[in-house]
Design a protein around this ligand. Structure first.
Ligand SMILES: C[S@@+](CC[C@H](N)C(=O)[O-])C[C@H]1O[C@@H](n2cnc3c(N)ncnc32)[C@H](O)[C@@H]1O
Length: 235
C-alpha cells in the first residue's frame, strides 16, 4: 500500500473502455466497462488499496482533517477494507495495539492493525461487542454501510438510510467527546429529525460529495464533527 498522502493531487481522469462481448448481460457489461474505465479503480490497484472507496475517505479527510495519529476508530460496513487501510496507516494502529475495529457481515481478509468482526451491525449485541473489541470509546465512527441493492430504488434508499440512522444512534452512544461521525447517506435522504439530532449533539454537520464518489450516484456523506458529549436521554 502506498504511503498516505502520496495519492494527493487532482482527481484521476477517466479512461474509455468498451466491452464488446455479446453474451454479457447489458447491466454486467456496463458494470465491467465502468470498472475498467474508472481511474480510481486503477489508482487503488496501483497504490495497494482494496477498494476505490479508500479515496472517498482520503478526500473527505483531506478537506476536514478527521484522522489523527493515536485515535481509536470503528468502521461499520468495512469490507473489502479500503477505509480500514486508510484508518490504520493514519492512526498508526498495529497488531500489538490495534486501534481500528471493522465490522461487516461479509468475510474480508485480515488487515494488520485491524480487528475484524464478521457480524451484522444490526444485531442487538453488536454495539457492545464493537466497544469490547476496541477496548475504548472511539474518536471516530465511520459508516460506509450500504444495503444490498434490490433493483427497487426506493427500497434500497430506505434500507441504506436506516443503516445511517442506526449508525448515528450508535455514534452518539459511544463516541468520545470531541469525536466525529461520518456516514454514507443519499442525496435528499437524510431525515430532518436525524439532522436536528446531529446538530444538537455535534458542533457542525456537513453533507459531503467527495470527487471519488461517482457523479451519477446519489451517494453522499454525512459528517457530524466534534461530538458535544453523551446525552443522558439517549442512554
Ligand atoms: C460500500 S461497501 C464498504 C466499502 C468499504 N468502506 C471499503 O473502503 O472497502 C458497504 C459494505 O457495507 C456492508 N454492510 C451493509 N449492511 C451491513 C450490516 N447490517 N452489517 C455489517 N455490514 C453491512 C456490506 O456488506 C458492504 O461490504
Amino acid at each position: 500500500m502506498s504511503e498516505r498522502g502520496k495519492s494527493k493531487g487532482p482527481a484521476p481522469r477517466a479512461l474509455k473502455v468498451r466491452v464488446k462481448k455479446k453474451r454479457v448481460k447489458n447491466s454486467s457489461r456496463r458494470w465491467i466497462e465502468r470498472q475498467l474505465s474508472d481511474p480510481y479503480v486503477h489508482k487503488a490497484r496501483a497504490e495497494g488499496y482494496r477498494s476505490r472507496a479508500a479515496y472517498k475517505l482520503l478526500e473527505i479527510d483531506e478537506r476536514f482533517k478527521l484522522l489523527k495519529r493515536g485515535q481509536k476508530i470503528i468502521d461499520l460496513g468495512a469490507a473489502p477494507g479500503g477505509w480500514c487501510q486508510v484508518a490504520v496507516q493514519t492512526v498508526g494502529s498495529t497488531d500489538e495495539r490495534p486501534a481500528v475495529v471493522g465490522i461487516d457481515y461479509l468475510p474480508m481478509d485480515s488487515i494488520p492493525g485491524t480487528t475484524i468482526l464478521e457480524l451484522d451491525f444490526l444485531d442487538d449485541d453488536v454495539p457492545d461487542r464493537l466497544i469490547e473489541a476496541l477496548g475504548a470509546e472511539p474518536d471516530l465512527v465511520l459508516s460506509d454501510m450500504a444495503a444490498p441493492t434490490t433493483g427497487h430504488r426506493n427500497t434500497d434508499h430506505i434500507r441504506t438510510m436506516h443503516l445511517c440512522e442506526v449508525a448515528a444512534d450508535f455514534a452518539m452512544k459511544v463516541l468520545k467527546p470531541g469525536g466525529h461521525f461520518l456516514s454514507k447517506t443519499f442525496q435528499g435522504g437524510t431525515e430532518s429529525d436525524l439532522l436536528k439530532l446531529l446538530k444538537a449533539n455535534f458542533q457542525s454537520v456537513h453533507h459531503v460529495k467527495p470527487p471519488a464518489s461517482r457523479d451519477e450516484s446519489v451517494e453522499l456523506y454525512l459528517l457530524a464533527k466534534t461530538f458535544r458529549g453523551r446525552n443522558p436521554e439517549l442512554e
